[in-house]
Design a protein. Structure first.
Length: 232
């Protein structure tokens, strides 16, 4: 069995471009931090945005991998939590919830029946591949609370405790850094030009984010092995 999932391996590969931006900023800082200040700030801001995006991508890919394996390994639907099914059809169910007129409600029900009826059963495995696009809908800006909520879609409710047991003393600094990166990314995306970090700050940021994703990959994969199926 592989030590990590393909989702984490993909994350590590993408992390190289983040480190490239950080290295460029560090190089310019060592040459002339004053003259290169605008460029250094731009590189550091870009690093933060990319880093947050890659964390989001990693969590989504981890979910996509799990959906794929649930289907391929023929996991029995009787063992899967109800909210899992909800997220497979969330877009259609939301439309149904928002409809008020009988004809509109009926139309929404027919939409659900036409597209997803074969998925809604507790008997046997899923008859076809599951849509990651539908399941991942609504997950963005990967703050720690949102990541926890995302994993609960699969029925994984002990993420916090498992991660704390894995990271021990590093747990709180690591979680704080995840939230810090997402907060900085949001401020940058909303036009706050004062937000930046130094290349040295980015080194620690990247280290802790790598630690978070590596440990998350490990604890989620272990939970999947015991509760759904192997994903690595």
């Amino acid at each position: 069995m592989a030590r990590y999932t393909v989702a984490y391996s993909s994350f590590v590969t993408r992390l190289a471009e983040v480190e490239t931006l950080r290295d460029l900023a560090s190089e310019q800082e060592s040459i002339d931090p004053i003259a290169f200040s605008p460029s250094i700030n731009a590189l550091c801001r870009g690093t933060i945005v990319l880093l947050s995006s890659h964390v989001e991508g990693f969590i989504k890919e981890l979910g996509e991998l799990t959906l794929e394996r649930v289907h391929l390994r023929g996991v029995m639907r009787a063992a899967i939590v109800p909210q899992f099914f909800y997220h497979l059809s969330k877009d259609k169910l939301t439309e149904l919830r928002d409809a008020s007129q009988p004809e509109a409600i009926a139309a929404r029900v027919f939409d659900i029946v036409a597209r997803d009826l074969d998925l809604w059963s507790k008997v046997g495995p899923f008859p076809r591949p599951l849509s990651a696009e539908q399941f991942n809908r609504g997950f963005a800006n990967p703050a720690f609370t949102k990541i926890k909520a995302y994993f609960k879609r699969f029925g994984y409710g002990t993420f916090t405790n498992d991660l704390a047991a894995s990271l021990v003393a590093n747990y709180q600094p690591t979680v704080n850094m995840v939230n810090h990166v997402v907060d900085l990314r949001n401020k940058i995306a909303h036009g706050d030009i004062a937000i930046t970090e130094t290349p040295a700050d980015l080194t620690e940021m990247i280290r802790l984010i790598r630690t978070f994703c590596r440990s998350t990959d490990d604890v989620f994969a272990r939970w999947c092995r015991g509760s759904l199926c192997t994903i690595r």
